[in-house]
Write a protein that binds this ligand. Structure first.
Ligand SMILES: NC(=O)c1ccc[n+]([C@@H]2O[C@H](COP(=O)([O-])OP(=O)(O)OC[C@H]3O[C@@H](n4cnc5c(N)ncnc54)[C@H](OP(=O)(O)O)[C@@H]3O)[C@@H](O)[C@H]2O)c1
Length: 337
């Protein structure tokens, strides 16, 4: 089969397509013919060797996708998935940027009817946003802030908050991202490249009583958020797009004003839930994939065009997900823009 293979952790220019043996599933595992697999910020970090997961080299990147189960390694759960269209997580050594991938049956969910492999290519971001909503509800937060709001996760959280009538303040770094978010129904948008945005955030936090922030940028952004938020607020850092240390925290805020910073990672959150909780969370995410948790796609690339796909993704992150289509004919490219 064809697969993207890396021989060292370096950068995204390091990806090559090679011919490798089709892996064989063991008990509890399924073999999936991959139809779509997105490129995520975590993949960029993985390629550099800076992600929380490191695979034995040479390795196939890609941690999720959608496809068709073509073989089972045995066991009831795996057997029941045979010939099903699924969206899946692939956290193990097998990567999804390949024609076939092996993963555990418990990491697969049948795709809802009417959802294409492309629309249903992602489970990580939908699960992450299920985790966000759980934190919003459990914390009884009345209003929410998010950074990198034009990301795929950001648009999902925006649509879900709108559906639940929870006010959400969206922070972006460019005006064209604000335009995208208005199209998705955003009411409160702040551009962090414009002067005065922090004062505007402070006022909105007070007016809407926004006491929770989901921060994908981190670095100096985290401290700025914390300073603008009311007493008893929490900033959840879940990404490090800014590639900077968080070093501007005012001690008085966390001592006297009961403000908190916490890290959030969907894998840890899911693991802590136990089997039933995991199943419920994955089912919840899958049930909302056709609506608020849908993935907008900006471009599709066959595996052979991996380098071009990477370049397009890095320049157009806010336009939607770039997906690899390992089972499509060689050299196919389809960009909307
Ligand atoms: N902790 C978890 O469990 C978890 C799970 C899923 C995702 N994540 C994280 O969530 C974030 C979003 O993922 P995604 O797949 O939704 O992203 P995505 O759709 O690929 O979009 C990335 C977005 O981030 C923006 N961005 C990039 N660098 C930035 C910076 N330095 N400052 C501000 N904005 C920046 C991009 O805007 P431009 O167009 O301006 O570049 C784009 O809007 C990532 O950091 C990812 O690692 C974490």
């Amino acid at each position: 089969m064809s697969a993207v293979v890396i021989h060292e952790y370096k950068d995204s220019e390091n990806c090559r397509v090679e011919q490798v043996a089709i892996p064989q599933p063991k008990k509890g595992e399924v073999l999936i013919k991959v139809h779509a697999s997105p490129i995520n910020p975590s993949d960029i970090m993985f390629l550099k060797g800076k992600y929380s997961i490191k695979k034995v080299l040479p390795a196939i990147p890609g941690f999720e996708g959608s496809g068709e189960v073509v073989a089972s390694g045995g066991g009831l759960a795996a057997w029941r998935l045979q010939n099903k269209r699924v969206v899946f997580l692939a956290p193990g050594d097998c990567g999804s940027w390949s024609e076939y991938v092996i993963t555990r049956a418990k990491f697969c969910i049948p795709l809802p009817k009417g959802i294409s492999f492309y629309e249903g290519c992602s489970l990580i971001n939908p699960l992450t946003v299920v985790m966000f909503m759980e934190h919003i509800k459990q914390g009884k937060h009345e209003a929410v802030i998010q950074t990198a709001a034009a990301s795929s996760c950001g648009k999902m959280l925006l649509r879900w908050c709108n559906a639940e009538q929870i006010p959400i303040i969206n922070i972006v770094r460019r005006e064209d991202q604000a335009t995208i978010l208005r199209y998705h129904g955003a009411q409160y948008i702040l551009n962090s490249s414009e002067p005065g945005w922090e004062e505007a955030l402070r006022k909105l936090c007070a007016n809407l009583h926004a006491t929770v922030a989901f921060d994908a940028v981190s670095g100096s952004m985290t401290g700025k958020l914390l300073e603008c938020m009311c007493e008893d607020s929490v900033v959840y850092v879940y990404g490090e797009l800014g590639r900077e240390k968080v070093d501007n925290i005012v001690s008085a805020s966390i001592i006297f004003h009961n403000k908190r910073i916490e890290g959030l990672m969907f894998q840890g959150w899911l693991r802590a839930k136990g089997k039933l909780g995991q199943w419920n969370a994955i089912k919840k995410a899958a049930s909302l994939i056709p609506s608020v948790l849908r993935t907008d796609i900006s471009a599709k690339y066959s595996l052979d065009n991996i380098e071009e796909a990477m370049m397009f993704y890095k320049k157009n992150m806010s336009k939607g997900k770039v997906i690899l289509t390992p089972s499509e004919k060689r050299d196919s490219v389809d960009t909307k823009s």
